[in-house]
Design a protein around this ligand. Sequence first.
Ligand code: SF4
Length: 304
Amino acid sequence: MSLLSVDDLVVDHRTPGRPAVRAVAGASLDVAAGEVVGLVGESGCGKSTLARAVCGLTAATGGAISFEGGQVTRLGLRRRDPELTRIQMVFQDPYASLNPRRRIGAQIADGLRTAGDRETTPGGMLERVGLPAAMAGRYPHEFSGGQRQRIAIARALAARPSLLIGDEPISALDASAQAQVATLMRNLAVESGAGLLFISHDLSVVRLIADRIAVMYLGKIVETGPTAEIWAAPRHPYTQALLRAIPEPDGLGTLPEELPGDVPDPADPPSGCRFHPRCPMAMDVCAKEEPAPGPVSCWLYPPA
Ligand code: SF4
């Protein structure tokens, strides 16, 4: 059984006086215990909204989210089910998620208390993320960006989550810290038996750490599969375009913010396959009918 199962999830963003924007438009995704799944796609494709719905931070409009066998779709906006402390999130900007006025040891201790862990010390958690235990008495501003992200990871792991979600956790870091922090998240999640959903627009780092990749485009998952297979032979034209956009053939380098072609407005998505206005292989059917969801959601690969 999957640790996390997202089934046909729909999330609408509503702003008074404006049409609703369907940020997630029927996305399905699974994460197993001890598995690392990389969720990739351009900025604004709905990756972060999906993650926030999984954590209960954003209400789902439709579909179902099952975590450890329980449904979380109907979670209210203001209430967080105590069970959901077993999902911990690491955000893009660690400075925004750490309290600047509290010592980091006290903030890590909050997570240990949540887990009922009286044995582990905040210093011990710092050592697990590669920082000296003696730094527990310092404040967030006394650290570099990469160190602060390590502290955010220590705090998240202190709560003993069974699912860790990284929402673009490396995109604000120096290039030198990115792979280190991503690898650290992977190793610590896997060691503790937790699943990791790692969201990034940096495919080259996702390739380093993920067992499986899910590619998202305009609110939908268009291709999923084992990382090595997708890297060696991407099938969906959007995945192919993403991989081609990585500047270095050895996979070192980051995805540009946008691929060539106009990114459609999520409030007014194209008919049929949402990628058809940008797809070099589009056929007549593509503008008329939506391809079925599956490992590759594309009319070039109709389900058997
Ligand atoms: Fe391209 Fe058609 Fe496949 Fe969409 S369904 S990705 S437009 S070939």
